[in-house]
Design a protein around this ligand. Structure first.
Ligand code: ZN
Length: 658
């Protein structure tokens, strides 16, 4: 028998680095838990096509065409053109569509139109995604326009202030011809006044024009995406029969009911059951979850993942949760915006077993759900940090020269080497377990009042909560930080990232679009500007290179406290004007000259700003009766092989979904 050699780093292309993560402890699980993970994993992979279609109307069509060229191209596979084509396809795979997963801009192909036309025309007809009587030439013409014309579908999510965000975004959440004003008025009339338990309006549908009327096409069994949903339900049913306890079976069955009916009240019932099920070792998310991909923040992208608890590391997060009320009471925010009773902040460290939908291949490392404000307020939320993904990031980044290039001096480098990993984990815990769960809205405030600025403000709130408390003596008292100095590592890397190095993720001249990045820029620029007079932090120049130096960490902490107070006020009062001003002033723009400098320094290191994960492979072993008697996990699959396999085995939807 061969032993697999495990490597965290895999291939690198464009601005991307593929990593692998290890699912230590899977082999030791009981057979029934292994089966449960296997069934839930299949459910998590079965929704893949939904996300592709949500990200853009033509994505599935394009994916099929590109994959056919990739597998069947008979020309010179060593040519520069074919190599450029391969990079393009790998980027499309990574983004689940033709737009950058983070920046949202459409990819610019580095191969020529001539190459594409020749490759396309040499494909046999049965390799082409032809539907509804379309001819190969018609399809070809259409694809050339979508792939090569920069003005066609330029952005997946457009957040530019003042523009019609619906008509200018090419995500597939709103039908053709529908305007932002029409979409907003549709949902405004739906939101009844004084409804204390509103459903997540619009979360599971595409909004389209039907003649003069505006209607929702609901994503459910028998509705839009019905075929994919039925496949998910098939695996969920098996999972329900293998559940660890009665409550977990109820959770899964309620989710199935939601998928069948599309009823958002059922969805709320499901999330309440899910939040309350905290006994089982194995847990999962499967469904329409995050709204970052919708410029109006209503429509939820499909995602799925499966995990099991890391008992040891969870003890750390539990310490924070056990003290949730203390943190709430001592935070610098106005008393009116604090929660009188902080409850249900369940926090744990988990190991991801599979990533699917909007968590694959690029994944979050901390997740806090559900997103419904009233469910969170009344039932709490589940908060997780994904330990084995963080581990993979850290292992892969060790000794890559990044600190040597961007950190101001050797002393600070040493500090980061010593404390950064531990502080990073802790900041994620604080952000997820306490930050998102803290504070409250004033009565009568619409949870969507901050509109397109809502996500950025919410992330800033959680980050600031974490930053503020990372420096608190309470953490040393709880033995979570090794000493009273360790937090400085996080303060330094946070400021460096927000002011300088996160720019490596953006093309020169482009604005910051993504909510988490906007939040980091906002906090860092605000703190820098407000601390300038007192010399709290300073940008210095050395040999044409810019560095951040922090002169007074204590005062920086006070600044974070002041900003946390203001951000909580904005959220609690639904102060849209103030949210917009803060985000636009501090969170959106990059200084072009500085941006170029950072990019040049970064490129010299040959690192990738974005990382994503190749999933492990689970193989069930059957006995003669067809019963699963074991599930094997292996890690060797290559990126392209995995993507092609998923496209083959989990193809559930037509190429165009209307
Ligand atoms: Zn967050």
């Amino acid at each position: 028998m061969q032993t697999e050699i495990f490597s965290y780093n895999d291939e690198q292309f464009a601005d991307l680095q593929m990593l692998r993560y290890k699912v230590d402890g899977f082999e030791q699980l009981s057979i029934s838990r292994k089966k449960l993970i296997y069934y839930l994993s299949e459910a998590a992979l079965s929704g893949r096509d939904i996300l592709w279609d949500q990200n853009g109307k033509y994505n599935l069509l394009i994916r099929k065409t590109l994959e056919s060229i990739y597998t069947d191209y008979t020309g010179n596979r060593e040519s520069e053109e074919f190599k450029a084509f391969t990079v393009y396809l790998k980027r499309v795979w990574f983004s689940n569509g033709i737009h950058h997963h983070y920046g949202c801009e459409k990819f610019k192909p580095e191969f020529s139109k001539t190459f594409f036309l020749e490759a396309f025309r040499n494909l046999p007809a049965d390799k082409l995604p032809l539907e509804n009587g379309q001819t190969a030439e018609e399809l070809c013409k259409m694809l050339v326009t979508i792939i090569f014309c920069p003005e066609v579908m330029p952005k997946r999510v457009n957040q530019t202030d003042g523009e019609d965000l619906v008509t200018t975004s090419s995500c597939n959440y709103y039908g053709e011809g529908l305007t932002q004003a029409e979409a907003e008025s549709f949902y405004n009339t739906m939101k009844q006044e004084n409804n204390t338990h509103p459903v997540m309006y619009g979360m599971n549908s595409r909004l389209v024009k039907n003649g003069e009327k505006t209607v929702e096409k609901v994503w459910k069994s028998g509705g839009l995406y019905g075929a994919a949903i039925d496949r998910i339900v098939y695996w969920l049913e098996k999972a329900a029969n293998t559940a660890e306890n009665k409550k977990q079976a109820e959770v899964i069955n309620k989710l199935i009911e939601f998928y069948r009916t599309g009823d958002l009240r059922t969805f709320d019932e499901y999330t309440i059951l899910w939040v309350q099920e905290t006994e089982a070792l194995v847990d999962f998310t499967n469904g329409f979850t995050e709204t970052y991909g919708d410029p109006l923040g209503l429509k939820a992208s499909w995602e799925g993942y499966v995990n099991f608890k890391d008992t040891e590391a969870t003890a750390r997060a539990e310490k924070l949760s056990a003290n949730a009320q203390w943190f709430e009471d001592h935070s610098p925010v106005d008393e009116r915006f604090k929660k009188q009773t902080c409850r249900g902040v369940s926090a744990k460290v988990i190991k991801a077993a599979i990533l699917g939908g909007d968590l694959y291949p690029a994944s979050a490392i901390g997740i806090n759900l559900p997103n419904s404000n009233w469910v969170r307020a009344e039932y709490g939320s589940k908060s997780v940090t994904i330990g084995n993904l963080t581990e993979a990031y850290n292992k892969a980044a060790h000794g890559n020269g990044f600190h040597q290039e961007f950190v101001v001096d050797e002393e600070t480098i040493q500090m980061l080497e010593q404390y950064q990993d531990i502080c990073d984990d802790l900041h994620t815990d604080l952000h997820e377990c306490l930050g998102h769960g803290s504070g409250k809205l004033l009565p009568g405030i619409d949870s969507d009042a901050l509109k397109s600025y809502g996500s950025t403000i919410e992330e800033a709130r959680a980050d600031l909560f974490g930053l503020y408390y990372l420096a608190d003596p309470k953490l040393t008292e709880l033995e979570l930080t090794p000493n009273a100095e360790a937090y400085k590592a996080q303060y330094y890397s946070y400021m460096m990232n927000g002011l300088l190095t996160q720019m490596v993720r953006i093309e020169p001249g482009q604005d910051i679009e993504e909510a988490h990045m906007r939040n980091r820029a906002l906090i860092a620029h605000w703190a820098y500007e407000h601390g300038a007079k007192e010399h709290i932090t300073e940008l210095i120049q050395r040999n044409g290179k810019t560095y951040i130096r922090i002169h007074d960490y204590e005062k920086l902490r006070q600044l974070f406290g002041v900003l946390l107070r203001e951000i909580q006020r904005i959220k609690s009062e639904g102060d849209y004007i103030a949210a917009r001003k803060l985000v636009e002033q501090y969170g959106v723009k990059n200084d072009l000259k500085l941006h170029r400098e950072i990019l040049m320094r970064y490129q010299a290191l040959h690192l990738s700003p974005y990382k994503g994960f190749i999933n492990p492979v689970y193989t069930p072993i059957y006995d003669e009766e067809g019963e699963i008697i074991d599930v094997k996990v292996t890690y060797g699959e290559k990126y392209d092989a995995q993507m092609l396999r998923y496209s083959r085995d989990y193809a559930t939807l037509p190429y165009i979904n209307e």
